[in-house]
Design a binder for this molecule. Sequence first.
Ligand code: SAM
Length: 270
Amino acid sequence: MISDRGPFGDHARRAARTYGAAADHYTLAALNFWDRFGSATVSRLRVAPGATVLDLCCGAGASAIPAAHEVGAPGRVLGIDVATPLLDLARARATRHGDATRTGLPSGSFDAVLCVFGVFFAPDMTAFVQEMWRLVRPGGVLAVTTWGPGLFEPANGHFWQCVGEVEPSLFKAFNPWDKITTPAALADLLDRAGVSRPATVAAEGRHHLEHPDRFWDIVLGSGYRATVDALSPDQRDHVRQSLLAELRSREVTVLRTDVVFGTATRPGPE
Ligand SMILES: C[S@@+](CC[C@H](N)C(=O)[O-])C[C@H]1O[C@@H](n2cnc3c(N)ncnc32)[C@H](O)[C@@H]1O
C-alpha cells in the first residue's frame, strides 16, 4: 500500500467506492469484455519474457494476468488500483493498493506500462499520461486503451433515460469514459503529455448478451454502479424494472463495445 503518498484525491476515492462495489459483479460472464480487451491490449505490445510491466488501474487483472503469462517466471508485473476488492480478485503476480496517478515509482523502471479503461478517471489526464511515460524505460512501451463512442448502445441510452426519469441530477453525472473516445482525441492527449510518435487505432466491438436482463449485471459490475448506488432502493428498483422491460421489448442482446488502442515506444536502446 502506498500509504506514504498521502490521502487519495476525490476522483480516486470515488473510483475506489464505485469499483469496490462493482467487484461483486465484475467477473460475471456478462462482463467478459474486461478480459477480452485486457488481452487485446497486451497482445498489441511485444512484451518479452523476463520484462517488467506496470498495469495502472489494473482492476481485477484483465491485462495484468495476460501480461504475467507473457513475461513468465523471470518477469514481473505490478498492478496498481484503488479498489481493494478488485485487487483481491486479481491473480496477478503483484498488485498494490494505490493511486495510479501518484505511484512514487522510480523513472524508467518498466519495460511496459499499461492503462486499460483507466486514464479518463484522472482529473488531469495529461498529467496522468506524463506520469505513465516517465515510468517507461528507454526502448520500452506504453499502452493506453479507452472506450470508443457509443459504449454499450443501445442499452446505454435507455439506462440514462430511466435514471433521468427518477433522478434528473444523476443523468450522465458520472460517465468519465465518454471524455475521450476517438483515435484523434487519444493521439492529442498522448502528444500533449510528451509521448513520442503515438499510434492510435479504433477497433469495432460487439458484446453479446445471453438475455437482455444480463445488462443489469453490466450495470452493477461497471462504472454505472456509481449512479445506481446513489439512487434510493425504490428508485433503483424502478430503474431496473423499466430499463429491463425496455431492453426485453426491443430484444437488445448486442451492445456496442468499440475501443481505441494507443501505443508508443520510448526512444532509446531496445
Ligand atoms: C473500468 S475499470 C478497468 C479495470 C481494468 N483495467 C480492466 O480493464 O478490467 C477502471 C479501474 O480504474 C481504477 N482507478 C480509477 N482511478 C484510479 C486511480 N487514481 N488510481 C488507481 N486506480 C484507479 C478503478 O478502481 C477501476 O478498477
